[in-house]
Design a protein around this ligand. Structure first.
Ligand code: ATP
Ligand code: MG
Length: 189
């Protein structure tokens, strides 16, 4: 707990009065991971502790990872699945990376040390059958009642959408990639 936080900040969002939500951000449009990070920003303001597990590690370092190395926020990011390619044939190797991420996710959810847990790109992983929804559902059902869990990624399975309390689908209206504009730091990563 931040010792400089005002009494209002500390007492206005206690776990006992909270209804933990399962949130899904899905769809083909850009904005799922960045919307998750927006929620992190809000959560940190209430002195919550946040854990983000990235199931598919990106190629680049990201602004969010750089930020947490510069500032000691109660926000941890762990990335898995190095070497994952979208057209991979090496299913077993990819699955091993996903399972490593999932084992940590299960542990973090079970331990109950964090107010908000983000499983970044897990929807994609579920939709490609790298991980069973039943396992994820079981962990979500047995989590502390105050814990919010956010699942991001394209192609969220129907079962996850049914189970969640809040589902938002990002819809792509326009993307600079289509005009040949490459990904840039601060926007894409
Ligand atoms: P962001 O991390 O920027 O919020 P996202 O989480 O919604 O994006 P992902 O599905 O994780 O998007 O895809 C990762 C990358 O693909 C991002 O760099 C993003 O800009 C890019 N991307 C997302 N949507 C599109 C699209 N419709 N066309 C092309 N590229 C896209
Ligand atoms: Mg993303």
């Amino acid at each position: 707990m931040n010792p400089d936080a005002s009494p209002e900040q500390i007492s206005s969002a206690p776990r006992a009065s909270r209804k933990g939500l399962v949130i899904v951000y899905t769809g083909n449009g850009k904005g799922k991971t960045t919307a998750a990070l927006g929620l992190v920003f809000r959560a940190l303001g209430w002195n919550w502790s946040v854990f983000m597990i990235q199931f598919l590690k990106g190629k680049w370092n990201t602004g969010e990872k750089l930020l947490v190395t510069h500032f000691p926020f109660p926000f941890e990011i762990r990335s898995f699945g190095e070497g994952f390619t979208w057209e991979t044939r090496d299913f077993e190797r990819e699955r091993a990376g996903v399972m490593e991420a999932w084992n940590l996710a299960e542990q973090v959810i079970h331990n109950g040390d964090h107010d908000l847990v983000i499983l970044d790109e897990i929807n994609y992983v579920l939709s490609r059958n790298y991980l069973d929804w039943e396992r994820v559902r079981n962990a979500l059902q047995n989590r502390p009642p105050w814990m919010h869990v956010l699942l991001t990624g394209r192609d969220a399975p129907e079962a996850a959408i049914k189970f969640a309390d809040l589902v938002t689908e990002m819809c792509c209206v326009k993307h600079p990639f289509d005009a040949g504009i490459k990904g840039q730091p601060g926007i894409e990563y």
